[in-house]
Ligand binder design. Structure first.
Ligand SMILES: Nc1ncnc2c1ncn2[C@@H]1O[C@H](COP(=O)(O)OP(=O)(O)OP(=O)(O)O)[C@@H](O)[C@H]1O
Ligand SMILES: [Mg+2]
Length: 308
């Protein structure tokens, strides 16, 4: 262990499976590991800063490395708060959590991943343009709230016998095919969607860690049953380690680093026409991937937090 690192702090919601599995694994390796329930940060934990140092649980916070599983970065919606006091409490909690982790990162403490990177999970149209700027190919993609435009896109695809899918611009719902049964729903819909050509091919996820490519895991399932593997029973999805071209590895690391991610899961789909970028995740799930592929993702993250 790096002589300055006292242990690992896991930052997550207490019921997060990936975080608890990570925590239990680190503990079982004899590593001093602390679990911080993000929702109780301002209530349960002893934090103090004079802007020159941070004291955390009676010791120097810089002496730990931090694994941030997922922080609640859903863009603030003041209308969802029943009263001003609740909204202010949320702002305070958010400021404490964000500042605590970002100050540590600015002092070169390992924070995987810093909260400031979590936007990439929500601002997907921007992420597509960013991925293109790193030389990645993306499926033909349109974003518009205008039903007139959506209908035009749909008609064009239908006339050329091609299929198109839709997914929310901020994620959060599974991916579906646009067809005669749902096109009219967009007339009265307040949500904004990404419309994208349907790519027939092999889905896979690239994991990156630090400045390096970690592995690629293919997801094999029957796409005639569901476009999005999350609509299937996990038992119907097989996970396999695969090799991908060096070019894809390099671009994945560059994109992750460009956003500031030290651990990322990048989704692609490939076929004979090429490799298409779909999504980059700042808090990718890893437990299922590790369990089904045998690739030791958790140990690699722990190594990175303690030694690199
Ligand atoms: N254009 C497409 N063609 C074929 N399959 C697709 C396409 N877009 C998405 N999928 C399938 O749906 C899955 C989820 O897609 P994607 O990650 O882009 O959705 P999302 O809404 O961004 O997800 P999240 O909720 O994780 O943010 C992909 O891994 C892939 O299996
Ligand atoms: Mg996704």
């Amino acid at each position: 262990m790096n002589k300055f690192v006292k242990g690992i702090v896991v930052f997550a919601d207490s019921n997060d499976d990936n975080a608890t599995t990570f925590f239990n694994k680190a503990k079982s390796m004899g590593i001093n590991t602390i679990f911080i329930d993000t929702k109780r940060l301002s209530i349960d934990y002893d934090i103090f800063t004079d802007m020159n140092s941070i004291k955390f649980l009676s010791s120097d916070a810089k002496r730990y490395s931090y694994f941030v599983r997922a922080v609640n970065l859903v863009p603030l919606n003041p209308f969802a708060f029943s009263n001003t006091q609740k909204f202010n409490e949320y702002r305070n909690y958010y400021s404490l959590m964000f500042s605590f982790l970002e100050i540590l990162r600015s002092w070169n403490t390992k924070v995987v991943n810093p909260p400031s990177t979590f936007w990439c999970h929500y601002f997907k149209p921007y992420v597509y343009v960013l991925a293109k700027s790193y030389g990645m190919d993306i499926p033909q993609t349109f974003v518009t709230p205008s039903f007139r435009e959506i209908y035009k896109i749909y008609k064009n695809y239908k006339n050329s016998n091609k299929k198109i899918i839709f997914k929310p611009i901020a994620g959060g719902k599974t991916v579906k095919i646009l067809d005669d049964s749902n096109i009219e729903n967009f007339k009265i819909c307040g949500d904004v969607y990404i419309f994208q050509e349907l790519i027939h091919g092999q889905n896979f996820r690239v994991f990156t860690l630090g400045n390096e490519y970690l592995c690629s895991l293919a997801l094999e399932y029957d796409t005639s049953k569901a476009i999005d593997y999350r609509d299937l029973d996990p038992k119907e999805v097989k996970v396999k380690i695969i090799e991908v071209p060096d070019d894809i590895k390099k671009k994945s690391v560059k994109l992750a680093n460009g956003i500031g991610l030290y651990f990322s899961g990048i989704d692609f789909i490939f076929n004979q026409q090429g490799y298409y970028f779909l999504d980059i995740n700042p808090a990718p799930m890893f437990v299922g991937f590790e369990y089904h592929s045998g690739f030791p993702i958790i140990e690699k993250i722990i190594d990175y937090l303690l030694y690199c």
